[in-house]
Design a protein around this ligand. Structure first.
Ligand code: ATP
Ligand code: MG
Ligand code: MG
Ligand code: MG
Length: 462
């Protein structure tokens, strides 16, 4: 079953306009990357742009959550359900239908098109949302509806603007996967898998915090394609599905070692990161030392380091590009057209890091010998500065050892280095140019651009 196509067709049959995915780097300076299906429609929801003739839309949006307030980078390899790059299926109502219809549509899609067994489905609503609970009771038993607080079930676009309660649909992977309280809905375990978030944009929050009902409430939904594909294919982890397994198999073939779930985090990180890397390159973001290009560089280097753990000693990521392209090209034609150039770019960037990774890892291991709990900020800085180990990469390595890092010292050294660089520009006769660059630096930061993001009343948003 082509779930992407089934979803879009289903909502077209409900009079939705099929809209192509927006770019990963949106025309929106407040966002690092597009991180949700609603992003391309943001200005319609806020009223800046008039509602299109058809007030219903559906899309399959490519998303990246690897920075800013939505950051799943640290989850990759560790949870069964998170990726840095993923596809979000969505349906949207711009002041047209509301709770009643969206719940009916999503139930119909899940039970009649996807044919997921009803006994496996659970839903959550906001604790204040009697209306949504009453509607859900037409479809699911009362004890399958959980009421959760703001952290899980309230959405807002920003500190001001449209906001409202949401309702989420979960799939029960089975009692045998219950490992304790972290497995409850909203938690991080494997039993209850969140598949679909229905957002009811119902209020407008003003600067003083008051919430007023919107005259025409709207709907925004997001369902993770990879999670649904995994469920339909009977895979407990997204990585066990046909969207990822061919990539993992290719890595196995290249290194000549078999993948196993329990010990296979490195394979999963590589399979995840190659997708993010290829899509970003295909859409024109290049490896660089700042901004989005630095996020891309960090992601590739993390993957290379995991390859190193598996035993790779020279570039290998570029060799799995074709496998990814063959999985994705029917939906994303541009990947096929750009594959050759992308492979060259990746190989070059890998080669650059393979030159220093060996010495960097040696330095890291040597430092470990004398590390008790906290790893030296000085050494982390040297790893960064001399060997090209991004800070988050060193942190990823430390996490495996259960150690923390003296980030204060690292930051201090970083600041010193920046000041030295600034001082060096002074009197170089190039102030005008550097002035512009300085403004950019101030706006975007050097190496550490984190991006702004939608805020949510959510535990994960810091
Ligand atoms: P989770 O609680 O699992 O982190 P979320 O609540 O952060 O998910 P939403 O912001 O509600 O996710 O996004 C809507 C849907 O997009 C989710 O229900 C899920 O199916 C999917 N999704 C979100 N983040 C990811 C990710 N990192 N990788 C894959 N799918 C994701
Ligand atoms: Mg999340
Ligand atoms: Mg969630
Ligand atoms: Mg959610």
């Amino acid at each position: 079953m082509d779930i992407r196509e089934e979803f879009l067709k289903f909502f077209e049959s409900k009079q939705h306009e099929r809209v192509a995915s927006g770019p990963l780097v949106p025309d929106d300076a407040t966002l690092l990357f597009n991180n949700a299906g609603m992003v391309p429609f943001k200005s319609i929801f806020t009223g800046e742009v008039p509602v299109p003739q058809n007030p219903r839309a559906t899309s399959c949006q490519t998303c990246i959550r690897a920075g800013g307030k939505h950051n799943d980078l640290e989850n990759v390899g560790h949870t069964a359900r998170h990726h840095t790059f993923f596809e979000m299926l969505g349906n949207f109502s711009f002041g047209d239908y509301f709770k009643e219809e969206v719940i009916a549509y999503s139930w119909e899609f899940i039970t009649e098109v996807l044919e997921l067994p009803i006994e496996k489905l659970w839903v959550t609503v906001h604790e204040s949302d009697d209306e949504a609970e009453a509607i859900w009771q037409k479809y699911v038993a009362k004890d399958r509806i959980m009421r959760l607080g703001d952290a899980d079930n309230f959405w807002q676009m920003g500190d001001t603007g449209p906001c409202g309660p949401c309702s989420e649909i979960f799939y029960d992977q089975g009692e045998e996967h219950f490992n304790g309280p972290e497995d409850y809905m909203g938690g991080d375990g494997d039993r209850f898998l969140e598949i679909w978030n229905l957002v009811f944009m119902q209020y407008e929050r003003s600067a003083d915090g008051t919430m007023n009902p919107l005259p025409k409430p709207s709907i925004d939904t997001g369902m993770g394609l990879e999670r649904v594909v995994a469920i339909k294919e009977g895979a407990l982890s997204n990585y066990g599905s046909s969207l990822f397994m061919p990539i993992i198999r290719k890595v196995e073939e290249l290194i000549g070692k078999e993948y196993e779930y329990a010990t296979g985090a490195s394979y999963r990180v590589i399979a995840d990161h190659i997708r993010t890397t290829v899509f970003l390159l295909a859409q024109g973001t290049n490896f660089s030392n700042e901004g989005r290009g630095y996020v891309l560089r960090r992601i590739l280097r993390r993957a290379v380091r995991h390859g190193y753990l598996l035993g790779f000693r020279k570039p290998f990521m570029y060799k799995i590009v074709d496998t990814l392209v063959s999985i994705m090209k029917s939906q994303y034609e541009y990947l096929g057209q750009k594959a050759e150039v992308i492979k060259e770019q990746i190989e070059l960037e890998e080669a650059r890091f393979f030159k220093t990774i060996e010495s960097g890892i040696a330095l890291f291991e040597k430092e470990l010998e004398t590390t008790k709990d906290v790893f030296s900020g000085e050494v982390a800085f040297k790893l960064y500065d001399t060997f090209g180990f991004p800070l988050d990469l060193t942190e990823d390595m430390l996490r495996e050892k259960g150690l923390s890092l003296d980030t204060e010292k690292f930051e201090a050294l970083m600041t010193e280095q920046k000041q030295r660089a600034k001082a060096a520009w002074k009197g170089s006769g190039d102030e005008a140019v550097h002035g512009d660059f300085k403004a950019l630096l101030e706006e975007f930061g050097e190496n550490v651009f984190v991006g702004y993001d939608f805020t949510e009343h959510s535990g994960e948003v810091k």
